[in-house]
Design a protein around this ligand. Structure first.
Ligand code: AMP
Length: 215
């Protein structure tokens, strides 16, 4: 199979992973760390569905303007999350945890998944573990893409998302440091943290993730 980034991988390698068991992963990193790119590749590679909370929230917000009077779950979430996402604030834990509680019981994610952008606070990380315990599941690895702050800023400025304006980016980086970095300690303590040098080419990041996943 050819990955989206044009490298890797052979069928035997994939089945080696798949034979072991369903993978349950989270990918962590600041804004612009490369989470989206790596998550997409990894999902194709491992054949697990991607649950990208930031993308899902942006879609939910878009649906509030496309069809403002609709009351489906996505549109309701969009109305509740809009004020936070637009300012680069974190959506309240209660809202995100409830959203994940509903998402993780869907049949398409019973055989593994990759969460991108969740958890983002220590509280979310703990709640995720509680939810998984109820489902008799377990997180395999938290993959942390480590990238210097100056690079995060530079990369985010190069994008054209509505929440990628300079002052909002700075705020999101600060929130990442305050609220998300403590999660690393949580996972490291539980021997579930894989730290990857995210300040290299996407292909090199891929290789490092794969090497470390294989152990
Ligand atoms: P991202 O695309 O992951 O950078 O997320 C974009 C925005 O969505 C963030 O700045 C937050 O406002 C919101 N968001 C995404 N995931 C979460 C989460 N797990 N907890 C709280 N807010 C989130």
């Amino acid at each position: 199979m050819i990955s989206p980034l044009g490298m890797w991988s052979t069928e035997p390698e994939i089945s080696e992973f798949k034979r072991k068991k369903a993978m349950r992963l989270v990918i962590l990193g600041g804004p612009g760390a490369g989470k989206g790119t790596q998550a997409q590749w990894l999902c194709l590679y491992l054949r697990v569905p991607l649950i990208p909370t930031g993308d899902l929230l942006r879609k939910a917000i878009a649906s509030t303007t496309d069809s403002p009077s609709q009351s489906d779950t996505l549109t309701v979430l969009g109305h509740q999350a809009r004020q936070y996402v637009e300012k680069g604030e974190l959506v309240p834990d209660t809202l995100m945890i409830e959203f994940m509680r509903q998402r993780l019981v869907q049949p398409d994610v019973s055989e593994g998944w990759l969460l991108e952008g969740f958890p983002r606070t220590a509280f979310q990380a703990e709640e995720l573990d509680f939810q998984l315990e109820d489902l008799e599941q377990r997180l395999d690895w938290a993959i942390y893409l480590q990238v210097p702050e100056s690079v995060l800023r530079e990369r985010s400025l190069g994008r054209s998302r509505f929440d990628d304006q300079p002052d909002i980016i700075q705020h999101r980086i600060a929130l990442f440091q305050e609220r998300t970095l403590p999660i690393l300690e949580y996972y490291s303590h539980r021997q579930r943290l894989l730290t990857i040098n995210g300040n290299q080419s996407p292909e090199q990041v891929q290789q490092e993730i794969l090497q470390k996943l294989k152990g």
